[in-house]
Design a protein around this ligand. Sequence first.
Ligand SMILES: NC(=O)c1ccc[n+]([C@@H]2O[C@H](COP(=O)([O-])OP(=O)(O)OC[C@H]3O[C@@H](n4cnc5c(N)ncnc54)[C@H](OP(=O)(O)O)[C@@H]3O)[C@@H](O)[C@H]2O)c1
Length: 246
Amino acid sequence: MDLMDKIYTLITGGDKGIGLETAKELGRAGQHILLGARNQARGEAAMKALRRAGVIGADLIMLDVTQEATIQEAARWITAQFGQLNVLINNAGIALDHHESPVTMPLATIRADFEVNFFGAVAVTQAMIPLLRKGAPAKIINVSSEMGSLTNASDPHSRFYRGNALGYQSSKAALNMATISFSKALAPDHIAVNAVNPGHTATDFGGGTASGQAVTAGAAPIVALSRSDAPHMTGKFIETAGQVPW
Ligand SMILES: NC(=O)c1ccc[n+]([C@@H]2O[C@H](COP(=O)([O-])OP(=O)(O)OC[C@H]3O[C@@H](n4cnc5c(N)ncnc54)[C@H](OP(=O)(O)O)[C@@H]3O)[C@@H](O)[C@H]2O)c1
């Protein structure tokens, strides 16, 4: 297979949870995984897990989405090694809110959520656009959340109405707007940009194994979109069941 025939897929926050499961499944499906991790030891452990899962084509990339230097270095390295990127999965995410009221939540907490969930995803996207243009038709998949849906949050009949995590929810709502914004800007370059809701999943983030669906179910809509050959779909917010209201 020629270098240019391969599908190169960068996953941020790939060392555990939904990101790692997505890496395993896409790697087994033949995509070349560029596994982003901010911690060397956790990244190497994830690479071992990938190999145990039968993934052959994978590289570890040290990438902290809040550290511009690591983003630029990742882009330089991918340019030198492969010259293109076909799929970018902005998966890294945090929620530091801990059920605190928006009335008293420290601004520092809200800013920290935004640094990873919004500014981190935007910074990685901007840095990877030249590589995605070379890999077009290409895809950007923003791992968002139903908790970021303004429609859900404001609907008294929605099960998300009672949730009120200002930092996490507004950072994911902002990521949704970035999805729409980049989808319009990158349509002429044949780069599709969509947001995906994994749903409540039993990861460290989602509360561990006691709650939430299996990690395979959380990764499923991301894997499906990454493997889909419908590059014309762009500017959507989707989950396994279909569309999520913005
Ligand atoms: N689990 C759920 O119920 C659920 C529901 C809806 C949406 N989501 C979304 O799904 C995505 C993945 O969540 P998950 O459940 O798999 O969570 P997780 O198991 O906690 O994994 C989060 C990943 O993000 C990484 N990360 C955090 N800050 C980072 C940074 N500054 N730079 C690079 N990587 C960073 C973590 O790296 P470290 O290992 O170094 O901490 C980890 O690899 C998130 O965007 C989350 O908002 C999850």
